[in-house]
Design a protein around this ligand. Structure first.
Ligand code: 57M
Length: 358
């Protein structure tokens, strides 16, 4: 909004020219979302406690029993910071900005309804898995229906390390993109089982994708690095900046020992948005590297559940998702979290290196 209001005045007031730059506005989007989240945080957490939004804790993991009653739905706080910041700093005539906000809010709504129903029933029973999945698919399909109408929409797939190989998926691209968004959303959700465990790698992924979208929207850089040039998509870097800022602000309170959990409203919205950002800048497969931790956590569940059924009750891990396995081996929660963060930074660096390798 500031861009739309102030940049046109730059011919009279020279310094307003700075609003032209996506980098400048992304940095301020980050700082704005961070400030909103940190400033509102304490009052918001008190409100969640007052209206009894405390987390129900399952009995299986003994170490988590002391977390009973920690307020959940902190994702609302982060979401508010991100949305207000994007509305302030992004070019609101850009379609991609509205699309990413739609996906972020849409997946958030599905998560909110699930959280709300868990709280109402005072147990860990929210929506059925099928209803949640259907909600996620609906939001993803709706976003893709809008995206198809963008002139730069393409059904080709960029393959990391093989820049000349760009297979065209044709109509199959639509279910593929939906799978990327829904998979990413559930990956973040499964990872969100320890203080800061999901938000740390999500912040790193948001920062990494701010570079990918910026490059994809910059004609000279996109040509030089041989990635798809998508006019206008660079503006999504403002959203990524806000996501990083909102994530850092949330981490302020979610850091071990957490004062608040994000809830599904947070995990589904962050995951869905990261998946859609990857679709927008045509780096869908790179998301598997950037979000490698989310992928590994998801695979650990698939393997565990599959093997459990196939073998009639045997397990590969002490417990899935993988973080519970390490926890039950006696590794302290804070150590697991920081090690996961370190791995996520390494994965993001590996993903960024694909820009140069061909
Ligand atoms: C939600 N939710 C956390 C919090 C957070 C198929 C199966 C593997 C599914 C999986 C599952 O339900 N995963 C999705 C995970 C929960 O956190 C809440 O949920 C929100 C995210 N959706 O924001 O509101 C608990 O996680 C802990 N937590 C923190 N700090 C945080 O910042 O400590 C969360 C955020 C919180 C808190 O304790 O209560 C969760 O883990 O439930 N199910 C599981 O993960 C279960 N695994 C399992 O049953 N494994 C079996 C299966 C695969 C055969 C096995 O391996 O044998 C575990 N869940 C829990 N305890 N709670 C089992 C142990």
């Amino acid at each position: 909004m500031l861009y739309n209001l102030l940049y046109p005045l730059s011919s009279d007031v020279g310094f307003l020219n700075v609003f032209r730059y996506i980098t400048f506005r992304s940095i301020w989007a980050l700082l704005t979302a961070l400030m909103i989240t940190i400033l509102i945080g304490p009052a918001f957490i008190r409100l969640l406690q007052r209206i009894k939004c405390g987390q129900y804790i399952q009995a299986e993991v003994q170490a988590h029993q002391c977390k009973a009653g920690t307020p959940t739905m902190g994702g609302l706080l982060m979401g508010a910071g991100v949305i207000v910041s994007v509305l302030l700093w992004a070019d609101l005539t850009n379609h991609y900005v509205w699309l990413i906000l739609f996906v972020f809010a849409g997946f958030g709504l599905v998560g909110f309804l699930d959280d709300y129903s868990k709280l109402r029933h005072h147990a860990n029973k929210g929506f059925s898995a099928r209803a949640k999945f259907l909600g996620q698919v609906l939001v993803a399909v709706a976003a893709m229906v809008f995206l198809i109408h963008e002139p730069a929409y393409s059904t080709t797939l960029a393959v990391p390390f093989l820049k000349a190989f760009t297979p065209n998926l044709g109509w199959l691209y639509l279910p593929f993109a939906v799978l990327v968004m829904v998979g990413s959303s559930n990956g973040v959700n499964l990872t969100d089982g320890m203080d800061g465990l999901a938000i740390g790698p999500a912040i790193v992924a948001g920062a990494c994708f701010s570079i990918f979208v910026y490059v994809a929207g910059h004609v000279a850089m996109a040509r030089y690095l041989q990635v798809s040039y998508i006019p206008g998509v660079g503006e999504v870097a403002v959203f990524c900046g806000a996501l990083v800022g909102g994530g850092l602000g949330f981490l302020w309170f979610n850091a071990f020992p957490a004062q608040v959990f994000m809830g599904d409203v947070g995990s589904l919205s962050i995951g869905g948005a990261l998946g859609f950002v990857a679709v927008l800048c045509k780096q869908e497969l790179v998301l598997v590297i950037v979000g490698g931790l989310f992928v590994v956590e998801t695979l650990s569940v698939i393997l565990q559940v599959g093997y459990f059924r196939f073998s009639g009750g045997k397990r590969i891990f002490r417990m899935a998702p993988l973080h519970h396995h390490f926890e039950l081996k006696g590794i302290p929660e804070s150590k697991i979290i920081i090690r996961f963060w370190i791995l996520s930074i390494l994965l993001a660096l590996a993903a960024l290196s694909t820009l140069k390798l061909r």
